[in-house]
Ligand binder design. Structure first.
Ligand SMILES: [Zn+2]
Length: 299
């Protein structure tokens, strides 16, 4: 589906904007910003929703007044006007990210998703799955917008240059997860598509995974297929978290060692034990790699 085919159609947002032109509707009507939803003024007027945002925006109060179309308390000087306008856009983006984690925001985005406003996955085997906008950071100014495909579970650069310049923090890291949990049918749709993987063949014969030209990175897209595999994955994860805890203990012991020389002598026997422990730990460190090799061998 062409992601831009609905750009010129009347979406509910643009119908609203015909009724009353506000700063928010004007902001969202700019070309390239059709991926933003209009945040209701009631949401912005609730101070709870804005907690902490004043740290990220200069001229915070003036920017907020501009967004809400309020008369400014202090008349702005013309020189500051462009800075305030810029601040208002940043502030709106950050409020927008918070709005998207609300029930109302998720449903507003669902409408845009249905229209395919965010584009489709470039991966052929995802069968033009619709993408969802996401950021990899919640702090502004770190990274621009990315698009997430629920089928291949990968993220992509936006194809439109107008979308590429948008800050990823304006959509945030939590929206996609909440969206997919709200609409589980999307994940259901993806389960079958996810099984489809392209594999190289020569005269109809599959290339061995152990060959230099083999699909050795295939494991990147692997997801557990049955209960046994899920259990195995959880066991591997538990093993690795236990190892992390061991690391912390080692650090504590290291600090103890540096207390005093007298104690060092007394601790000589303990040191031997530590060496044994370290050897054990090194063995454990190589365990996941060994398990992976064994798994590949078993196939
Ligand atoms: Zn995909």
């Amino acid at each position: 589906m062409d992601p831009h085919m609905y750009d010129n159609d009347l979406t509910p947002d643009s119908v609203e904007s015909l009724e009353e032109e506000t700063w928010i509707s004007e902001f969202c009507s700019v070309s390239g910003r059709e991926i933003f939803v209009e945040v209701p003024e009631e949401f912005i007027e609730d101070d709870f929703n804005l907690t902490g945002l004043s740290h990220f925006v200069t001229y915070y109060r003036e920017a907020l007044e501009l967004i809400l179309d309020l008369e400014p308390e202090d008349p702005m000087q013309l020189a500051n006007m462009s800075i305030v306008e810029n601040s208002a856009e940043n502030l709106y983006g950050l409020i927008h990210a918070r709005y998207l984690t609300s029930r109302q925001g998720i449903h507003a985005m669902a409408h845009k998703y249905d229209y395919g406003v965010f584009g489709t996955c470039p991966r052929l085997l995802c069968n033009s799955m619709k993408l969802l906008p996401t950021g990899r950071h919640d702090l502004p100014g770190v990274e621009n917008l990315r698009l997430f495909c629920p089928c291949c579970l990968d993220i992509y650069h936006p194809q439109s240059s107008r979308h590429a310049g948008i800050d990823g923090a304006f959509f945030g890291t939590s929206f996609v997860g909440l969206f997919l949990k709200t609409f589980p049918s999307i994940e259901q749709e993806c389960i079958e598509l996810r099984k489809k993987q392209f594999s190289l063949t020569i005269y109809g014969f599959k290339i061995s995974e152990f060959s230099n030209a083999g699909p050795r990175m295939k494991w990147l897209r692997r997801v557990p297929q049955n209960e046994y595999e899920i259990e195995e994955l959880e066991r591997d994860q538990n093993d690795s978290t236990n190892e992390d805890e061991d690391d912390d203990e080692d650090e504590d012991e290291f600090e103890d060692d540096s207390l005093s020389e007298d104690e060092d002598e007394a601790n000589d026997d303990d040191d031997d034990e530590e060496e044994d422990k370290e050897e054990q730990k090194m063995e454990e460190d190589t365990k996941p790699a060994r398990q992976l090799r064994q798994k590949q061998g078993a196939k």
